[in-house]
Design a protein around this ligand. Sequence first.
Ligand code: ZN
Length: 135
Amino acid sequence: MTAQLPASGPDLEFQTHVEDGRLWLQTCEDCDTAIFMPRIICPHCGSLRLAWHPASGLGTVYSRTVLYGRPKPGDTRPTRHALVLVDLDEGPRMMSRLPDTDPDDIAIGLRVKARVEGEAGAHVIVFDPAGEANA
Ligand SMILES: [Zn+2]
């Protein structure tokens, strides 16, 4: 199955911006709210004046759940990965993963840093522990 890539619109703009390896968010120029998912209209005030800005990429784990998959061939243990909701420092909450972190090491309140994964046109935002002092 091939991913259906956006031909135009805010999803395509998002894909183009994150090619530089940073998380980008839209900000409403009328109510100054940061927005994610990408949209053509501000969900808070209805404005069409949305501008793209690079985000700090920093956030805090709001919740996490662990998904168990079928064991890999030759193994009896199920595969596990965590699905998280991250509250970005700019405000929006996004669903993502921490692909290189053991699910047991992901606690609610963990500070995380965004990273862009995937190939052109199909980038996704994933996170790593931020490793900040006083996290
Ligand atoms: Zn607005």
